[in-house]
Design a protein around this ligand. Structure first.
Ligand code: C2E
Ligand code: MG
Ligand code: MG
Length: 576
């Protein structure tokens, strides 16, 4: 324990030191003669106890005690010369002395008890201090990454705005959201997810400037506040650094993980005055970044705002669309390429929004996938299409044995491990042969498909249901997938027939189509050409010997009722 004695009187100094040295403890004792020397000593090192002579205190007008206390270096005990100075003692205590001792009462045991008390107090103070800073850390810090948390971020944002207003400087708010983090968390486990978040936090810390504030807002969302923004180019500079640091793969448990990040930027004063407004703008820009393919930075603009708000509204409305019965199915005929007789129909979903009218499936299906509604919608499509098809079959509508009903499924639906079992149940329920059903999966959606997805496809094929690779030619892994997965039908994307008319001169497209057809024939896969609209296109497809055709030339997608009255169906009836 370290003790400092500050006393002008050398004899008194020695007396106190002697008393301390006669206890059972060993103290480290420093002795000073003046207040100035005492203060210097206290500033140089920490003491557990300071014994201060009363006259020195009087000389400083009680200031000395404040200074000693302010240094938080030790507990000050004032030594008084006379026993009768009760009032003085009270005054000292009021000023901040921890205790007082009358000089004539200084004995080893009395000083030892004061020293022990000082030690005990210091220990308790230390514990209190630690728990206070722990509480503060909890309130201000994110426990996983040790970055500032949302609470501190909100304070920082308010303060930053106030400073920017006062000093007339710019400020930027960047909201960052990791792409597909949920998938990683779900597939690799939360432990891995946590480690990744910690690594990302460390990397981001290295990218920000000294005065910038980096926070974790929660989940996989981070924010950066750039104060004193002299030039907007600094934002570009920072985002480039962020993308660069994220490009390096993260290694967790020996597994290489590639993470990307979507960034939305809002600036003060450009995007608004208030903290909430700025945050909303940055969120909207981030949302747009996700929407337009992720792994990019989007600066807030009012155009973006309008577009995103429309999307957000649509997403909200999509939640109630099934229960409000706003969906219905259209059916588009497919014809035999040679005879041009109807030999199948594709069910295509339609959403009739109560205010916005018809919304294209190309717009709302990706939305439904994003907000995890696709499985509910997909189930509704299966049941509605099966029920309708079953009704037609029981009405003895002239469907031949090889007539098929095609249903589109999203790759996310194939992630449901029990999809095949449910399809089997619906087939039984609606009394439909599996061979009369085709399930269409788009090529692009399969590219990121998991192993689970392949298993479900195999189970479906095992039921006897045909699998059809939709929009063939728009993805990359076509050949591999055709070989590895049990597809029995290939639907050539409509973009190919579209270019038939355009490059009639060179006929490159026709050559390409010929190649696809040859490949399909070798693999014993049936072919459907989508999007046929003209006679030229049909003639080329017939010459190339495709199996089926589908397109506006024959019929648009139509309601069940319209199909019942369609000329294609009447032709079939007439032939019967
Ligand atoms: P898809 O499965 O490739 O369907 C063909 C799309 O091409 C349909 O658009 C159809 O109306 C359109 N089409 C047909 N013939 C022609 C033509 O001659 N010319 C042109 N330009 N277009 C033609 P639709 O109905 O808007 O559907 C778009 C996409 O939305 C579908 O493409 C499919 O991927 C998806 N989709 C539709 N219904 C469902 C569904 O129930 N579930 C899922 N998961 N996706 C669906
Ligand atoms: Mg389709
Ligand atoms: Mg298609």
């Amino acid at each position: 324990m370290k003790i400092l004695i500050i006393d002008e009187n050398k004899a008194d100094q020695m007396h106190s030191a002697d008393a301390l040295n006669h206890t059972h403890y060993t103290f480290e004792i420093d002795q000073m003669d003046t207040a100035e020397a005492g203060l210097l000593a206290v500033k140089a090192q920490a003491y557990d106890l300071i014994l201060l002579d009363y006259p020195l205190l009087i000389a400083s007008g009680m200031e000395l005690i404040n200074e000693l206390n302010a240094s938080e270096m030790g507990r000050v005990v004032v030594m008084l010369s006379h026993a009768d100075k009760d009032e003085t003692a009270m005054k000292c205590l009021e000023q901040g002395a921890q205790d007082f001792i009358i000089k004539s009462e200084i004995t080893p045991s009395r000083l030892m008890s004061i020293a022990m008390q000082a030690r005990q107090c210091k220990k308790i103070e230390g514990e209190l201090l630690e728990s206070r800073s722990q509480l503060q850390r909890l309130a201000e810090r994110d426990t996983l990454t040790n970055l500032s948390n949302r609470y501190m971020f909100e304070i920082g944002l308010e303060q930053g705005l106030a400073l920017s207003k006062r000093h007339n400087t710019g400020m930027a708010l960047l909201v960052l959201d990791l792409d597909n983090f949920k998938n990683i968390n779900d597939t690799m486990g939360h432990g891995v997810g946590d480690t990744l978040l910690q690594t990302v936090a460390k990397r981001l810390t290295k990218t920000v400037r000294g005065g910038d504030m980096l926070c974790r807002l929660g989940g996989d969302e981070f924010a950066i506040l750039m104060h004193d923004l002299e030039e907007p180019e600094l934002i570009d500079y920072l985002t480039k650094r962020i993308f660069e640091t994220m490009r390096e793969p993260l290694i967790v448990d020996g597994v290489e993980v590639h993470l990307t990040v979507s960034i939305g930027v809002a600036t003060y004063p450009g995007c608004g005055e208030g903290a909430n407004q700025l945050l909303k703008c940055a969120d909207i820009a981030m949302y747009q970044s996700k929407d337009s393919g992720r792994n990019q930075v989007v600066f807030y603009s009012s155009d973006v705002h309008e577009r995103i708000m429309k999307r957000v509204e649509l997403e909200r409305d999509l939640h109630s669309a099934v229960s409000n019965k706003e969906f219905y199915l259209c059916y588009q005929p497919q014809v035999n390429c040679e005879t041009e007789e109807m030999i199948g129909i594709e069910a295509l979903i339609r959403w009739k929004h109560p205010e916005k009218g018809l919304v294209s499936p190309e717009d709302f299906i990706p939305m439904a996938e994003k907000i995890s509604l696709i499985n509910d919608i997909g189930d509704w499509v299966f049941e509605t299409a099966f029920a309708q098809y079953s009704k037609w079959r029981s009405q003895k509508i002239a469907f031949s044995d090889n007539f098929s009903l095609s249903v589109n499924v999203s790759a996310l639906q194939l992630e449901q491990s029990d999809l095949a079992e449910r399809v089997e149940k619906w087939l039984k329920e609606y009394d439909l042969p599996a061979s009369s059903i085709e399930i269409e999966v788009t090529e692009t959606s399969l590219i990121n498909g998991s192993a689970g997805c392949a298993t479900v496809l195999c189970k479906l094929a095992a039921l006897g249901v045909k699998l059809s690779l939709d929009d063939f030619g728009t993805g990359y892994s076509s050949l591999a997938q055709l070989q590895e997965l049990p597809f029995s039908v290939l639907k050539v994307d409509k973009s190919f027939v579209k270019s038939i008319d355009q490059d009639n001169e060179t006929n490159d497209t026709a050559l390409f189509l010929e190649g696809i057809n040859a490949l399909a024939k070798i693999l014993k896969i049936e072919t459907v050409v989508e999007g046929v609209e003209t006679e030229t296109q049909i003639q080329i497809c017939q010459r190339l010997d495709f199996d089926r055709l589908q397109g506006y030339y024959y019929a648009q997608p139509m309601s069940a009722e319209a199909l019942e009255h369609s000329s294609l169906l009447q032709q079939l009836d007439a032939k019967k």
